[in-house]
Unconditional design. Structure first.
Length: 352
């Protein structure tokens, strides 16, 4: 009887253990099921629970790290990956490290993992292009050139993304003679956009070859008509060809897009308020004077405020001018009671 009872207890323990293992395995399956439906939130919870009892399960850890990355929790993603033994780090683990650090703007770690991938998996063009772009953006075009050139000459010369970064790295190093044929090739192969034409324009202008520079600046403006720098360079080249009307139009357009009137108006009003608070009346007067130039509605209060600041800074000539301009436009004020008070005060100030 005792022997039977002992066997029964052992059988129950084994059954309970099997049920526990089945439940644990089910957590992993549920996580995978959620992930297949793009339900990252619940998948994360299932993987976390699974790893509580199976911390050495590397595939589950990779899936959890991937979930963290998908929701932008790069710190948790990195922390999760750090628990994988260094001799078990896979290619996809490296890629997760790379993109996590890239999104955290950790330049040293981006270079570390990017270079490691480039060395171990030289055909990973997505990472190579991203790393070259990162180096160009970090003002390290020499490194971008090295990474891109190595891929182009050893792996694949047809990858347009990497060729684009290679061309840009040459441009940034003032190697215009080398950059020009690459950009011409990029345009011929479909990268006929603002960036390619604008950079080609800059290259040709520097040679100088103004005829080709003009052609590419004109194309660039067709793609993007609100880039102040491109418009400015287009105007410069037009001036060199005595295309004065076009040149003046593009110089003015360059000014307009570099400082939109609405934003300029708000900025000068804020500056005027700050200068007034610090008793810098001459500066505040200048700010309100500029408000009159950028206010498309031509609010009469700009003239009134400018006049008050010129009075405070003892600039009688300008104060008189802006008081007169205010009185000439005051009838457009919507608040008639306020208008009457300001008109009365402005007339008294003019007499003084």
């Amino acid at each position: 009887m005792k022997q039977f009872r002992l066997i029964l207890i052992l059988w129950l323990c084994m059954a309970m253990n099997a049920m526990g293992n089945e439940t644990t395995a089910n957590l992993l399956q549920q996580g995978d099921s959620c992930l297949s439906r793009y339900d990252v939130f619940h998948a994360t919870q299932y993987y976390q629970k699974y790893l509580e009892t199976n911390p050495s399960h590397l595939e589950a850890r990779r899936k959890l790290a991937s979930c963290y990355r998908k929701v932008g929790n790069y710190t948790a993603c990195i922390s999760c990956l750090d628990k994988i033994p260094s001799d078990s780090i896979h290619h996809e683990d490296m890629r997760m490290y790379y993109y996590a650090y890239l999104n955290q703007n950790n330049n040293d770690k981006v270079s570390l993992w990017g270079e490691r991938i480039a060395s171990s998996f030289p055909y990973d063009s997505e990472i190579i292009a991203s790393l070259a772009s990162h180096y160009n953006g970090a003002n390290q075009p020499g490194k971008a050139e090295e990474v891109a050139k190595n891929y182009i000459y050893k792996c694949d010369s047809t990858n347009l993304y990497i060729n684009k970064e290679y061309a840009y790295s040459l441009f940034m190093q003032f190697k215009y003679d080398e950059a020009i044929p690459l950009y011409e090739k990029l345009i011929a192969q479909g990268f006929d956009n603002f960036e390619s034409n604008f950079i080609l324009g800059l290259c040709y202008e520097d040679l100088p070859d103004n005829e080709k520079a003009l052609k590419h600046y004109q194309k660039a403006v067709l793609f993007k008509s609100d880039n102040a720098t491109c418009l400015f360079h287009l105007a410069l080249v037009e001036k060199a060809f005595n295309m004065d009307s076009l040149s003046m139009a593009h110089f003015n357009q360059s000014l307009e897009v570099s400082l939109p009137k609405g934003r300029a108006l708000r900025t000068y009003k804020w500056l005027a308020d700050l200068h007034f608070q610090h008793n810098r009346y001459a500066d505040a007067a200048r700010d309100f004077e500029l408000c009159t130039l950028y206010d498309e509605e031509d609010n009469p209060l700009n003239y009134y405020n400018a006049a008050q600041m010129f009075i405070a800074s003892k600039n009688k000539l300008k104060a008189k001018l802006y008081l007169q301009m205010f009185l000439a436009n005051a009838n457009r004020l919507e608040d008639k009671k306020e208008a009457a008070q300001l008109i009365s005060k402005a007339k008294e100030q003019l007499k003084q």
